[in-house]
Design a protein around this ligand. Structure first.
Ligand code: BYC
Length: 483
């Protein structure tokens, strides 16, 4: 590990550990991008609360033993910095045609377009998620949750900076144009939407936010892990540091959904409700019934599956061969890291049936990453089910079949039930509302979204967390709204 890279320079406007003071060209480019970013943050970042003091963590080092400091900050004053994980000495390209060659410190000319595209797609998701969540501060169920939302938002902002740095430093004029484009597109816009489907969907309520941070941020984790393997070392180092921050986002999602489930189970028990499917009775208690939680899960899991691209993809094969995007935990996999003669089982539609078919492992890389993702999703779901089981209810949340509700890939043109049974359009039309949130479900959840801003208090539909952020006590004022 190169110790020099651990220290972050706070003397420039843009905190960084990439030597910006000596790199005047890039510093200038970033400084001229900065006002546009602040305008974007003011227009599209959290609505309201920009003058509030929020107890946020800021990255001040990239040393894994201690990299963040907590303090009250007004969001527009957050120090969005450019931080790369320390450079590993003698790192080599860990997969593909260039396997074993020294990792690149500059963009290899032949792979420039592909690298730029992947960096732009990654960058595009970061501001998109902030835009999707911008209305949520107004209905936060507690100051604790409000702070977590804002923490996630400022860090997604920093992740945008991370990608913009790579574009400005390594891609010259087209990099600058792409960096501007990242501030121009808008989530859900008709004229200039964000690039990937899930990032143009609404995040209408807090249960959606928790599902998003559980399922969609976890796609982020998988994609960042694959890019962290990249032979292009600056991208690898950038993604490795982003992953340190990303863990908290998924924690917010997992514990958020868990606390909703906990509160629902507690309320059902107190009221003596035995059947968790008795939706009307459960809703009358002012909590979200488990079947509706399952529907939200179905929606966010499947939107996130779409983010992996097609099961069989030559783009993915090309990126792997080029040494640009690897597999999850590439360096820990025991094989030749070239995959030239290997196969991987892919779920496909064959004569109207869902079947596993062996495909060349190289073109099946999206499917493989998606499988790794699904395994990762299951872990938290088991913990949610444990909460339900401990409360004495015979109800299990499940992940729907991958053929259900898909807009990308092998199953985009058919309909299937969450159990993976193929159905016709008419049946889908009739049953859709049983599996995905209906307008009525949305209205019910919306009716619960009344803000709670009293210190240490929580909305009726969510349990308090087990521990506070930064070990703060239950009555800690995470956001000083009027400052
Ligand atoms: N929506 O070969 P194909 C995160 C396009 S989340 C729209 O199937 P490929 C975060 C594709 O662009 C992680 N279009 O797919 C989370 C291509 O178009 P072109 C974000 C789609 O390229 C929460 C065509 O279809 N990072 O960080 O192998 C909060 C055929 O493509 C979609 C990344 O995704 C879609 N869903 O894989 C904040 C990493 N899927 O080029 C942040 C970078 C495919 O033929 N991106 N298409 O016109 C990639 O690795 C890949 O581009 C993809 C697609 C995984 C997205």
């Amino acid at each position: 590990m190169n110790i020099e890279n651990i220290k972050v320079d706070y003397s420039t406007k843009i905190p960084n550990n990439v030597g910006l003071t000596e790199d005047r060209r890039v510093l200038k480019a970033l400084e001229s991008w900065h006002p546009g970013y602040i305008n974007w943050w003011n227009d599209m970042g959290p609505e309201g609360f920009q003058e509030s003091l929020v107890y946020l963590r800021t990255a001040y080092s990239v040393d894994p033993r201690g990299w963040a400091k907590f303090d009250y900050v007004k969001m527009p004053d957050y120090r969005w910095g450019v931080l790369l994980a320390p450079q590993e000495e003698n790192r080599v390209v860990p997969f593909g045609h260039h396997f074993g060659e020294p990792a690149w410190q500059d963009v290899p000319g032949e792979h420039r377009a592909m690298l730029r595209r992947l960096i732009v797609i990654q960058g595009d998701t970061e501001p998109a998620s902030v835009e999707q969540q911008r209305h949520l501060g107004k209905t936060a169920p507690s100051l604790y949750d409000m702070r977590n939302l804002f923490q996630v938002n400022v860090e997604e902002g920093r992740h945008l900076w991370a990608m913009v740095y790579l574009l400005q430093k390594y891609f010259g004029r087209d990099g600058r144009e792409e960096a501007d484009g990242l501030l121009r597109r808008r989530s859900g816009s008709d004229d200039a939407p964000r690039m990937l489907g899930a990032f143009n969907e609404a995040t209408p309520d807090w249960l959606s936010f928790f599902m998003f941070t559980y399922f969609t941020d976890r796609d982020g984790k998988m994609q960042l892990h694959s890019l962290a393997q990249s032979g292009f070392d600056p991208l690898s180092r950038t993604c490795r540091f982003m992953l340190t921050e990303e863990a908290h986002h998924m924690f917010v999602g997992e514990t958020g959904v868990g606390r909703v489930i906990q509160r629902t189970c507690d309320a059902m028990r107190e009221a003596g409700i035995e059947d968790p499917n008795d939706i009307a009775k459960v809703r009358a208690l002012g909590v979200i019934d488990l079947p509706t939680i399952q529907k939200k899960l179905n929606l966010h899991y499947t939107l996130s599956l779409d983010l992996f691209g097609s099961e069989v993809s030559t783009n993915a094969a090309n990126a792997f061969n080029a040494g640009i995007k690897g597999r999850y935990h590439e360096t820990q996999i025991q094989d030749d890291h070239k995959l030239e003669n290997d196969t991987y089982p892919v779920l496909k539609l064959v004569n109207g049936e869902i079947k596993r078919v062996d495909e060349p492992a190289l073109t099946a890389l999206n499917m493989r990453l998606r499988d790794d993702y699904t395994q990762d999703c299951v872990k938290g779901m088991l913990r949610w089910n444990k909460i339900i089981g401990l409360a004495g209810y015979d109800y299990k949340l499940t992940l729907p079949n991958v053929a259900f509700h898909r807009q990308i890939g092998e199953f985009k043109s058919i309909h299937a039930t969450p159990d993976g049974v193929l159905i016709d359009d008419a049946t889908w039309g009739k049953r859709k509302g049983d599996w995905l949130p209906s307008t009525e479900d949305g209205d019910f959840i919306a009716s619960l979204m009344t803000p709670v801003s009293e210190i240490g208090k929580f909305a009726s539909w969510i349990a308090p967390p087990k521990v506070g952020i930064d070990n703060k006590p239950g009555d800690f004022e995470y956001v000083k709204i009027e400052s």
